[in-house]
Design a binder for this molecule. Structure first.
Ligand SMILES: C[S@@+](CC[C@H](N)C(=O)[O-])C[C@H]1O[C@@H](n2cnc3c(N)ncnc32)[C@H](O)[C@@H]1O
Length: 285
């Protein structure tokens, strides 16, 4: 695999484009383990973001019924089309944040790190069974952190409101060419059953996590302007806030369900409804 990749790189005189997060995976065992983790069969339609030089795509094509590989770099799209003859792979040239996704039920990708957050939230807007994804280690740690953990953040909360997230393997820098500056990790994401998911008001979550070590009450007092409330309006509602559920809990200990209870309290009091657009794109957590 290493030899094949380096021969492609030298034949096409390729320079990796750091703006597109191009760090190509060079270790066949890691590719194999991730394909295994996806539990693929003929009935699966797999989405891959950023096929690069096709190493993962090739392994996926041997196990899945269909693979859709979305690649933004025109040079790589041309190389993939020229070098491989996959009967069940559709290469889609475009930006994974913009193109319409085809129908899929699984996702396996070594993601370009620059779009980790928006592309993950894009995935989570769709119904699928399982995603096996490589992220930067720090990002992966934040995704899976539990309420009260050091790394628990807005990202953890927004992801876990919709999915179970598990970090299953750490990957060293040496597994990639060119070598990235930081380690990576494999995360498995599985959307929760619909009745366990919570849709959260993005502005509220942002306002709370602006002060993650404060109590919920103090955080909202400090960032009420983020809910669209002016000083006067805020003065009017300030007295009801101590009655809010979890008012005295520190923000970094709040689960998605607890934030939902806060949201419902604020809505019932007319504090959120009229001022905030509600949950939206989650594009930049
Ligand atoms: C980390 S590399 C992974 C390449 C390959 N899958 C591998 O494992 O070696 C990320 C890939 O995503 C592509 N890419 C970057 N931004 C993209 C975007 N917005 N949409 C689709 N592909 C993108 C890059 O060109 C690159 O091929």
């Amino acid at each position: 695999m290493r030899e094949r990749l380096f021969s492609l790189i030298s034949r096409y005189n390729l320079r990796a484009n750091p703006d597109l997060g191009q760090n190509f995976l060079m270790v066949p065992d890691i590719v194999e383990r991730n394909v295994e983790r996806a539990g693929l069969s003929e009935r699966d339609r797999v989405l891959e973001v950023g096929p690069g030089l096709g190493v993962l795509t090739d392994a996926l094509s041997k196990r899945a019924g269909k693979v859709y590989a979305i690649e933004k770099d025109h040079r790589l799209v041309e190389i993939l089309r020229r070098e491989y003859d996959w009967p069940n792979v559709e290469i889609i040239e475009g930006d994974a944040l913009r193109v319409d996704f085809p129908e899929f039920n699984k996702i396996v990708s070594n993601l370009p790190y620059g779009i980790s957050s928006p592309v993950t939230f894009r995935f989570l807007k769709h119904e699928f069974e399982r995603a096996v994804l490589i992220y930067q280690l720090e990002f992966a740690r934040r995704m899976v952190a539990k309420p009260g953990d050091r790394n628990y953040s807005r990202l953890s909360l927004m992801v876990q409101a919709r999915a179970r997230a598990e970090l299953v393997e750490r990957i060293g820098k040496g597994a990639f060419w060119p070598r990235p500056k930081v380690d990576s990790a494999v995360v498995i994401l599985e959307p929760k059953p619909r009745d366990e998911r919570v849709e959260l008001d993005e502005n509220l979550v942002r306002a709370l996590f602006q002060h993650r070590r404060s109590t919920a009450l103090a955080a909202l007092k400090k960032s009420h302007h983020m809910l669209g409330l002016g000083r006067e309006e805020f003065r009017k509602i300030r007295d009801v806030l101590p009655g809010m559920p979890h008012a005295e809990e520190r923000v970094f200990r709040l689960s998605p369900y607890e934030v939902k209870e806060i949201e419902e309290f604020l809505r019932a009091g007319g504090i959120l409804d009229s001022h905030s657009p509600g949950s939206s794109s989650n594009s930049a957590v």
